[in-house]
Design a protein around this ligand. Structure first.
Ligand SMILES: [Zn+2]
Length: 303
């Protein structure tokens, strides 16, 4: 029986590792930056160091920003945001390191499973979790089960096209939402507009200080994100959207445009959305929820 899992989340910017018990309690959590151009050997050394802080565990689960095929052999084939790890057999490397059962999962699918298990969407059966970070991922839960599609690449909402002749994307396509609404895209659009910034957080700070260019960037970002969510609302008619990832720290900068686009583009029943933060949801404050009819709640998880 598995009592404690070593859960690792490999992101384009950070590696997070936690010891988690069977009811989801985080016993220990560590976070370190992933060096630019990290090699497979450097990554495994980082995992080894961080795992040593986590005490004992019986199994290992690792999520990565890559499609995880149904019969996943553990080789990372497509990694738009971590190209230096393409070709790495992550499962074999973790097998060798720990000699324990190892599971590899797409990161956004893992987020969707987690929200469905003990998170925001635990009381609904059909939900879409959208992770806004270095890139954009999606975890689609249908009737309590993750949607993986034919070969495991289901749920890759970050590569939904919102601009047919738009910017080239790391996936090989053009105009994907990831190029307009991820943290990387926010920073890039701001730099292109002449702002002197190196992170999306700095663009948000400028927005909070009433900067005109920052407002335009978040307006553009919110418009594209709303277009994507309206399409998902019409396609899947989920009971809930859960928006998570670092970019949600700036939710108030783009939420109005997101909601306006959904209302303008989705079928009326799906579009009548309500936004609540998890904290607000728990506390049942009615003030924010009065402005929208409840149909497809958007839960923003800033944790
Ligand atoms: Zn793409």
């Amino acid at each position: 029986m598995v009592n404690v899992v070593l859960a690792a989340d490999l992101g384009g910017t950070n590696l997070r590792i936690a010891a988690v018990d069977s009811v989801g309690t985080i016993l220990h959590l560590a976070k370190r930056p992933v060096p630019k151009g990290v090699s497979p050997e450097q990554l495994i050394e980082l995992v080894r160091e961080m795992a040593a802080e986590c005490g004992s565990f019986d199994a290992v689960a690792c999520s990565a920003p890559a499609p995880a095929a149904k019969e996943f052999d553990g080789v990372l084939t497509k990694l738009p945001n971590l190209p230096s790890l393409v070709g790495m057999n992550l499962k074999a490397a973790l097998d060798d390191l720990f000699h324990l059962p190892v599971t590899i999962e797409n990161d956004a699918t893992a987020a969707g499973i987690g929200e469905d298990w003990i998170g925001a969407s635990q009381n609904v059966s059909t939900s879409v979790c959208v992770t806004l970070g270095t890139g954009i991922g999606g975890g689609i839960i249908i009737n309590g089960e993750p949607l993986r599609g034919l070969d495991g690449t289901g749920g890759e909402v970050g590569h939904i096209c919102v601009e047919p002749d738009g910017r080239p994307c790391g996936c090989g396509g053009h105009g994907c939402i990831e190029q307009y609404a991820s943290g990387t895209a926010i920073e890039r659009m701001a730099s292109e507009a002449g702002m002197n910034v190196t992170t999306a957080a700095q663009v948000y700070e400028a927005w909070a200080a009433d900067d005109k260019q920052a407002k335009a960037v978040f307006n553009t970002m919110g418009r594209y994100l709303g277009i994507m969510l309206a399409g998902l609302a019409n396609t899947l008619n989920p009971e809930m959207f859960v928006i998570c990832g670092g970019v949600t720290q700036g939710w108030d900068a783009f939420a109005p445009r997101v909601k306006a686009e959904i209302l303008a583009r989705a079928y009326p029943a799906a579009a009548a959305c309500q936004t609540r933060s998890r904290q607000t949801r728990r506390q049942r404050r009615p003030a924010r929820s009065r402005t929208f009819r409840l149909s497809t709640p958007i839960i923003v998880n800033k944790n």
